[in-house]
Design a protein around this ligand. Structure first.
Ligand SMILES: *[C@@H]1O[C@H](CO)[C@@H](O)[C@H](O)[C@H]1NC(C)=O
Ligand SMILES: *[C@@H]1O[C@H](CO)[C@@H](O)[C@H](O)[C@H]1NC(C)=O
Ligand SMILES: *[C@@H]1O[C@H](CO)[C@@H](O)[C@H](O)[C@H]1NC(C)=O
Length: 316
């Protein structure tokens, strides 16, 4: 079930209301960097997601992007959509809404196809937009299009072409996105504020930190008490705590091909967990507690963390 609301014309981010369970709790899985027609253990990860999804009775699935390798979708009829998505995540528990963002590999294909409403008719679970908000009451989740922030994709190269339709002029697009993100975060009254993007902010993985996001997005997240920043891009599972706020940086990019052994600085300040194999993340939230768990392809719990929030009562 998906209810679409448009807020005022000044806010670009579309809002979707996704009610939590009757007791106010919510659970979902997060997967990133996955679409490889089942190869590189994508299918094994999918099977474990199915059984964890069942166990937690999940409400939806979040994708942190790089949904279709190597070059996104060619068009709305690209069979990769079926071979890498519909035919892979077949478990009953995964027949829920999927909320996805685009990764840099998706931008190498026909981005309009991946964002298209026609795709949503091909598989009703699919929802991918550039930047949008899913409000569950318990948590408000802000999906942010991070690829256009990264300078190197705009440099002329003979290796890759990117589909920037809808993004140019670039600086105008980025300025508006940041302004809309900031005002939406300021207005949020949810217990948990969660931001999802494809690119890393903090990471010890292959790509490491994304300088442009550290400079332009991180200050906005910290100033507005964001609890979790969740990304993919580095093909690993990872948890890093902030040294300047209570924000946690979580990477779920283990949906298929993993970068075994490809990391730097295991002594990074705040590093709680790093796994360079495949897997996914689950979140269980209620208004005062969040439980975050990383799972491998055998269903083993690799790392788990509990966050809690004081409930303040207003004294008049
Ligand atoms: C699949 O996962 C197993 C267990 O983690 C690992 O040993 C193997 O290398 C993986 N295969 C690929 C192709 O990544
Ligand atoms: C916090 O960590 C980041 C990333 O490791 C580092 O660049 C920064 O200097 C640290 N800031 C403080 C105040 O320690
Ligand atoms: C998290 O809380 C649950 C109970 O809600 C507890 O069973 C579990 O041990 C806790 N995990 C950690 C890592 O603190």
């Amino acid at each position: 079930m998906l209810v679409v609301f448009y807020v005022s014309a000044s806010a670009e981010f579309r809002r979707f209301e996704h009610p939590p369970k009757p007791d106010g709790s919510l659970s979902f899985l997060v997967i990133g960097d996955w679409g490889r027609r089942g190869t590189y253990n994508q299918s094994e990860v999918a099977v474990q997601m199915g059984s964890m999804g069942e166990k937690l009775s999940i409400d939806f699935v979040v994708s942190t992007g790089d949904n279709f390798y190597e070059n996104g979708l060619r068009g709305i009829h690209d069979p990769a959509f079926l071979y890498s998505f519909t035919d892979i995540y077949t478990a009953k528990s995964l027949q829920k809404q999927w909320y996805a963002v685009l990764g840099n590999h998706d931008y190498r294909g026909n981005t309009k196809a991946q964002l298209s409403t026609i795709l949503r008719r091909t598989d009703r679970r699919w929802l991918c937009l550039r930047s949008y908000i899913v409000n569950t009451g318990t948590a408000e989740i802000f999906f942010v299009d991070t690829t256009p922030f990264v300078d190197k994709y705009f440099e002329k190269t003979k290796h890759h072409k990117y589909d920037w339709r809808g993004v140019l002029p670039r600086e105008k697009y980025l300025t508006k996105l940041l302004k809309d993100l900031e005002s939406a975060l300021k207005l949020s009254v949810a217990s948990w504020k969660i931001v999802i993007g494809h690119h890393t902010i903090r990471s010890i993985g292959h790509h490491g930190e994304t300088r442009e996001l550290v400079t332009r997005i991180l200050p906005i997240l910290e100033a507005n008490d964001v609890d979790l920043y969740i990304n993919g891009h580095d093909h690993c599972l990872q948890h890093i705590s902030s040294n300047t706020s209570s924000m946690q940086f979580l990477t779920s990019g283990g949906g298929s091909k993993a970068w075994k052994g490809d990391y730097h600085d295991l002594n990074q300040e705040g590093l709680k967990f790093y796994y360079d194999g495949q897997g996914f993340m689950s979140l269980q939230l209620n208004p005062t507690n969040a439980k975050i768990v990383f799972h491998d392809i055998a269903g083993k719990v690799l790392h788990s963390t509990n966050l809690s929030k004081q409930r303040y009562s207003v004294v008049m």
